[in-house]
Design a protein around this ligand. Structure first.
Ligand SMILES: Nc1ncnc2c1ncn2[C@@H]1O[C@H](COP(=O)(O)OP(=O)(O)OP(=O)(O)O)[C@@H](O)[C@H]1O
Length: 303
């Protein structure tokens, strides 16, 4: 479905845009139907930039992003694209105008995409979409954003995507601002949507969330993929020192802070990329060290 191939993004920075900042370098991965792919990396690693390029909110400097083999930049009709691909972001409050009722987000969808739907039919569709994101329509319809919780507003945005029956959701840090119990609700909701065939790019800096929800994981560092593949392999047998150090820094329930030192962070461990045979370098800068488990050179990262 969605495929990124050698995608890079360079921002113009500094006085009069005289400098350049390479936020994303030569990134390639896929998101299939009914698949959740986590994009993991620390702050500034380029996760949101990738999400924004996929959502066509930022231009691609080089490389291609395709949907079913079609370059997304060649899809002139943005409405057609957004009928299939939508984003939900960290701060749900920023997506609503406080002056209007929150369900205006549905009215806008109706006006743009379903102008001919009758009022009753539309109301039934909205109610069904709300129920599918585990919201009680009676509790949320007709209310202003300040009368709803962050979790409810976030789910309404996901319901909007459900109404459009999209194929790919870019979920950028959507859990970060929610409390623990609401987090699990939203995560379970994503699992429901995946079961219905929705592809999800789950952008997060939180490894445990990524591990919980995703089939495949892409670890980004300084805009480059350092490791990616099946989540059980990336988390179970991390091959890049950066992935290992990220995993080692996740607080563990049964370990005291001093015990949680990154014991497996061996600086002079052999580089898995260079240990792998030449023919395993099937993607630029990455070696396939197991079926659907890719790693970048550790030496270059250390340099
Ligand atoms: N519009 C922009 N103009 C210039 N530089 C930008 C712009 N947007 C992002 N950057 C820079 O690009 C790099 C990647 O930023 P990005 O927001 O993609 O990272 P991130 O991994 O999503 O971080 P966070 O988790 O903090 O949101 C950072 O160095 C950031 O400062």
């Amino acid at each position: 479905m969605l495929k990124l191939d050698g995608v890079s993004k360079t921002y113009r920075v500094g006085a009069f845009g005289g400098g350049e900042l390479k936020a994303v370098s030569d990134v390639g991965f896929e998101v299939g139907e009914g698949e959740v792919v986590s994009l993991i990396g620390e702050s500034g690693s380029g996760k949101s930039t990738l999400g924004r390029m996929i959502l066509r909110l930022a231009s691609v400097s080089s490389g291609t992003i395709t949907l079913d083999g079609r370059d997304i930049s060649s899809i002139r009709d943005r409405k057609e694209y957004y009928r299939q691909v939508q984003g939900v972001f960290q701060d749900p409050f920023s997506c609503y105008n406080p002056v209007f009722r929150a369900d205006r987000v549905f009215t806008m969808i109706k006006e743009q995409y379903f102008p001919r739907a009758g009022a009753d039919e539309w109301r039934t569709r909205v109610e069904t979409a709300l129920e599918s994101v585990r919201l009680d329509p009676g509790n949320v319809l007709g209310k202003y954003p300040h009368q709803l919780s962050g979790g409810q507003l976030q789910r309404m945005l996901i319901a909007r995507a459900v109404l459009l029956d999209i194929r790919l959701l870019v979920a950028d840090e959507i859990i970060s601002m929610l409390d623990a119990s609401t987090r699990i609700d939203v995560l379970n909701l994503l699992a429901d949507l995946r079961a219905r065939g929705l592809g999800i790019l789950f952008v997060t800096h939180d490894l445990s969330l990524g591990n919980y929800v995703s089939d495949r994981t892409v670890v980004l560092r300084h805009g480059k993929v350092v490791e990616m593949g099946r989540t059980d392999l990336v988390f179970g047998a991390p091959a890049h020192p950066y992935t290992r150090s990220l995993l080692a820094s996740v607080p563990r329930l049964h370990a005291k802070w001093t015990d949680a030192a990154p014991e497996d962070m061996v600086e002079d461990a052999p580089c898995a990329y260079h240990e792998a045979p030449q023919e395993s370098r099937t993607r630029p800068g990455l070696a396939e060290i197991d079926s659907d488990h890719y790693v970048a050179c550790a030496g270059k990262e250390k340099a």
